[in-house]
Design a protein. Structure first.
Length: 281
């Protein structure tokens, strides 16, 4: 697939702001290149059909553009893949970022292999890690789990590795759905994946012990307003919401109390928040 590569100078004081903007706009075709010597840059990859989209316009207002050229997915992913190393995602879970490489990892840890690519990150963003931390607090063998906006698929895989029974992963983006299927197969995990606008493809008769939603605040608010959410979450069931930026936490909490959930746990990192909720009896 063809792309346009834009390279912008990245001042250190703007990195968090730029990454937050990408997350809020669900944009994943980028990476920060920080050489030991020289200028740090952010590289973004845009569909040539939309060369001057909102992402590019925003970056041009904020940063200095130093390069613009045509490229392919394989060309831009190659140096990124080569720079990736295995890492401990959360305690006892390690991520292997390239299935074609051999890595040394500690013994007796759970391992997840991923395939870096478009619309499919490595799970490095704080929101995914925060969700995982809340998930392992409550997951138990035999739990039925729904992952709304599965994206990387990492959270679904963690649920499966910790003993989830029925597991359904949803994503609005058809490309993300295909990537998730490919990654689940790579990890020899049987996980059902569907394309869905939030809960649209979920039957009201289905029941889940845990529902995960690592998205962004406007979509989380839509989810909480969906009557189907309450119908499919079991009594005493858990709801994990993540992708909440600090500026909108109060708005989210007000909506949570309105919908009669109790906040059981709160995780925060780099201005992002994940909340573990439980239905009120």
């Amino acid at each position: 697939m063809e792309y346009i590569e834009y390279i912008f100078v990245l001042p250190e004081n703007l990195e968090d702001e730029i990454e937050t903007f990408f997350a809020m706009n669900e944009f994943q075709n980028y990476y920060f290149d920080k050489p030991t010597k020289g200028q740090s840059v952010v590289k973004v990859y845009i569909n040539p059909k939309h060369p001057e989209n909102d992402i590019v316009k925003y970056l041009k207002e904020k940063l200095e553009l130093v390069s613009k050229q045509n490229t392919t997915e394989d060309e831009w992913l190659k140096p990124w893949r080569e720079s990736l190393k295995p890492f401990e995602f959360i305690e006892n879970i390690w991520i292997l970022p390239d299935p074609e490489k051999s890595y040394d990892v500690p013994e007796n840890v759970k391992v997840i292999k991923i395939i870096p690519g478009t619309a499919f990150g490595t799970g490095l963003h704080p929101t995914t890690k925060l969700t995982a931390k809340n998930l392992v607090k409550i997951i138990n063998k035999g739990a039925d789990v729904l992952d709304v906006g599965t994206g990387t698929g990492i959270l679904s895989m963690i649920a499966k590795l910790y003993g989830a029974d029925k597991l359904l992963s949803l994503d609005y983006d058809p490309l993300a759905v295909e990537k998730a299927k490919e990654t689940f197969k790579l990890n020899n995990l049987t996980i059902e994946v569907k394309q869905s606008d939030l809960l649209s493809s979920v039957d009201k008769k289905e029941k889940y012990d845990i529902i995960i939603a690592n998205i962004v605040v406007p979509i989380l608010l839509r989810l909480l307003d969906d009557d189907k959410l309450d119908e499919i979450l079991n009594e005493n069931g858990y709801l994990i919401l993540s992708g909440i930026n600090k500026e909108r936490e109060e708005e989210m909490i007000n909506k949570i109390f309105e919908k009669e959930y109790n906040i059981i746990s709160r995780e925060e990192d780099s201005g992002w928040i994940s909340l573990l909720l439980q239905k009120r009896i």
